[in-house]
Each structure stands twice: as structure tokens, then as C-alpha cells.
Write a new protein. Sequence first.
Length: 268
Amino acid sequence: MIRDITIGQYYAADSIIHKLDPRVKLAGTMLYIISLFTADGPICYLLAVFALASVIHLSTVPFKFMARGLKSIVIILLITVSFNLFLTPGTSIIDVWLLRHITWEGLEKAVYMGIRLILLILGSSIMTLTTTPNALTDGLEKSLGFLKKVKIPVHEIAMTMSIALRFIPILIEETDKIMKAQTARGADFESGGFIKKAKAMVPLLVPLFISAFRRASDLAMAMEARCYHGDENRTKMKPLKYAAIDKKAYGCLLLYIVVMVALAVMWK
């Protein structure tokens, strides 16, 4: 399961989505997530699925590679669906023992919530899979540039978020190495119940934290050795500029939002 986390990883490819300005992908991801939480009715969710499928197809990222990231949220997905399924009041589907708590309203809400979580994870993964950490930092800094006027350290915030995203695949790889090393020494991470597996993970956390702090210290020393002092008098080697394809992407994004709002209003 550790190796199945895809958020934070970058998948190198030569696609239309990869070539888009990072600001377009940031705006698209945020608006897509907002649209998922405002969607109402099956037509809206069908539109969201169609839009995401189109972007995945254009990105040329294998769907199997992206779907691996869903394995890490299976437990959260099951808990969320179960709560909505059994705790939503309404008309019972079957009036038998515990099944009488399952209502048509709960079933509908559980299905929508499950679809929403799946689309949210896949939609967020597209941004990191098609955008390098450096481009993501530049795009985030440029998008939030207006906050500099109120003395908010936008560059430092963007750099911190980029480093955090970049550390995700590194720490996953480090965790996998430690687990393999401890398994070779007789550790068992697979058998037993949930509590036993949780206890088996405790010896894994100590070397993982030590490795994470060591990497953070090395990164800080490397940045200091290269005279990094934040955003002060810094220039960009490759400044961000919108191309024609970015304007078309904004147009498609605007069309998606307008249609989604119209369908949501019509469904109500």
C-alpha cells in the first residue's frame, strides 16, 4: 500500500496537459474540487466524470498508475460510505434487522459521497503527476502574488508546500526500504489484526523520522550554502508566460463551470 500513493509524484510525458502553465492546472484543480462539492444530481456527476476522463486521456498518464492511489483511501472510503449509508434517516429499503437502517436517501448519499472522494483523489493526482515541483512552486507563487501587498511571504509558503509535496515520494521510498530491511530481519507487517499491524509499525517510525530529519537538515544546509534568502531580489530563469493553449484551457474550464452550475440549478 505504501508504494501505491501517487500524490506528490511526477510522471514524465509529452502531453498537452504537461505543457499547460502550472497556474492553469492549479486553478483547474481548485475549481474542479469546488464543483464536486457543489454538484447535485447524477447529471452533474456524469459531467464531472466525463471532464476528468478527458483530462486523463489528454495527459497520457496510464489510468492503472493513477488508480493505484485509490488503494490508500479504501478504509476512509468505506468508513465514509458506511456512515452515510446507515445513519441517514429516510425510507428503509429492507425492513430486516440491521438492514432496516439502510434507507434510499442514505444509499443515494453514500454513492454520491464515494464518487466524490474518488474523483477528488484522481483530480488532485493529475496536477502533481503532470507538473514538476519547481513549476508547481512558480505557479503557486505567481497565483498568490497579490498577497505580497499585505506582507504575506508568498514565496516562502509556496516553497514550503513544494518541498512537502516533493518529500512525499522520497519518504514513501524510504519507508519501503526500511520495511524490506526489517522484513529480512524477521519483522512481520502483514499477518494479524489491525492492532497487531499498528504495533508492528512502531519500530518503523523511529528510523523513518531520523531519516526525514536528516534529509531536512541536508536540504537546509544545501540551501544555505547556495545563499538562498527567500524571495529577496530573486529572478526566474524561465518566467511563466501564458500561451495560446493556456487561454483555450481557461475557456474550457469556464465552459465546464457554467454547464455544471446550470445543471445543478436545473436539477434543483
